[in-house]
Design a binder for this molecule. Structure first.
Ligand SMILES: *Cc1c(COP(=O)(O)O)cnc(C)c1O
Length: 369
């Protein structure tokens, strides 16, 4: 029997979350962001659930090839554009749309030989200071691209640094709009947080976010972009990934006994401890302290002691019926339907749901449900 641990990808949840993104931006087309192997879920595994998207956005050319290999003929956008000249050949061959964020990428396009002009997304650095042309240099980049025979349609793009927090998107949106108002072309500005918080008009600071395309990633996978301010139940999102395992040993310990490496947990009463077949080598964060929420047979309890490479230990006090072979949900949806959001586990480890889903280890078998 294989080691009892498994990740499940929920196709119905992906569909549901995609519908939520659409509902938040009813007039926009939706890129499903599938970079980083679909945030750790696996591009091939999420494809069925996300094929209702208008396009797929990603970074890796190999990932773009995989999406085409699945039979997708619609738009694919390279969010960081190309990295070297020969990448443009693949763009021509696979009809990939690509971001242009720097002069070097314009140079490459100018020397690229193609009969098929490319659709490009010109990126503005509107304040995040990662990728893109500054507002002052944006127009000259646009003009340079506009005269290239290698360029077909041009769209305008920026990315927000604070869509999930109190600073919001107003300042960057103002910069973007001021510098682009007389330029033609479709706009794409919104990640998940901007789509959920600022497109629906629910947030008070929302300028009108004209976004012909939105680019939700994390929300599609069922994690709240602005947790803990809001949870997935607030946004009506469902976990697209469940990480589950089973109890492979039970220890009955008495007051004063310790559990695990470093004896960091000491029992203050007699209790039963369940040993779960999941550890940091499976992608469960070692930084999760005692008290991290976990479901045993759908009942919420806590981890105790340190996370080790192949095991964690959990308090069985709230689940007296649980024992050897009981189902444990590390995050996601238990068989009973009870949900433990990945965001809650991430938070105890001082990180975000994004990192946990991306870090699901290779050794964990994955099934698509
Ligand atoms: C990753 C990414 C997104 C998606 O962000 P989420 O917070 O996961 O919704 C959107 N746009 C760009 C440019 C990205 O790199």
């Amino acid at each position: 029997m294989p080691r009892p641990i498994q990740a499940t990808i929920h196709t119905d949840a992906l569909r549901h979350n995609m519908a939520r993104a659409r509902a938040a931006a009813p007039d926009a087309r939706v890129w499903a962001v599938v970079k980083a192997n679909a945030y750790g879920h696996g591009i091939e595994r999420v494809f069925e659930g996300l094929r209702g998207a208008d396009g797929f956005a990603l970074l890796d050319l190999q990932e773009a090839e995989r999406v085409r290999a699945l039979g997708w003929r619609g738009p694919i956008l390279l969010l960081e554009g190309v990295f070297e000249l020969r990448d443009l050949e693949l763009c021509s061959r696979l009809d990939l749309w690509h971001t242009v964020h720097c002069d070097e990428q314009i140079d490459m396009l100018a020397s690229h030989k193609t009969n098929v002009p490319h659709r490009v997304f010109l990126k503005m650095n509107s304040g995040m200071n990662r990728l893109g042309f500054t507002p002052e240099r944006y127009r000259s980049a646009w003009t340079r691209l506009n005269v290239l025979p290698q360029v077909d349609e041009m769209s305008l793009m920026t990315h927000f640094s604070d869509a999930d927090g109190p600073a919001g998107v107003a300042a960057q949106m103002q910069v973007f709009q001021a510098a682009t108002q007389d330029l033609p072309g479709e706009r794409t500005v919104c990640n998940s947080a901007a789509t959920l918080r600022h497109m629906g008009g629910s947030a008070s600071d929302s300028p009108t976010l004209a976004s012909d395309w939105v680019r939700p990633g994390i929300a599609v996978y069922g994690s709240a972009p602005d947790f803990p301010e809001n949870s997935i139940s607030h946004w009506d999102l469902q976990p697209a990934m469940t990480l589950s395992a089973k109890i492979i040993a039970v220890q009955a310990i008495s007051t004063g006994a310790s559990v695990g490496y470093g004896s960091s947990f000491v029992a203050d009463q007699a209790m039963r401890i369940g040993v779960v077949a999941c550890g940091y080598a499976d992608g469960y964060p070692r930084l999760c302290p005692t008290g991290t929420p976990v479901l045993v047979d759908g009942v919420r309890t806590r981890t105790v002691g340190r996370v080790s490479m192949d095991m964690i230990t959990v308090d069985l006090t709230p689940a007296p019926q649980a024992g050897m072979g009981s189902d444990v949900t590390l995050w996601g949806r238990a068989a009973s339907g009870v949900v433990l959001p990945i965001d809650e586990v991430a938070r105890t480890a001082g990180t975000v749901g994004y990192e946990l889903m991306c870090a699901l280890a290779q050794r964990v078998p994955v099934v698509v449900a």
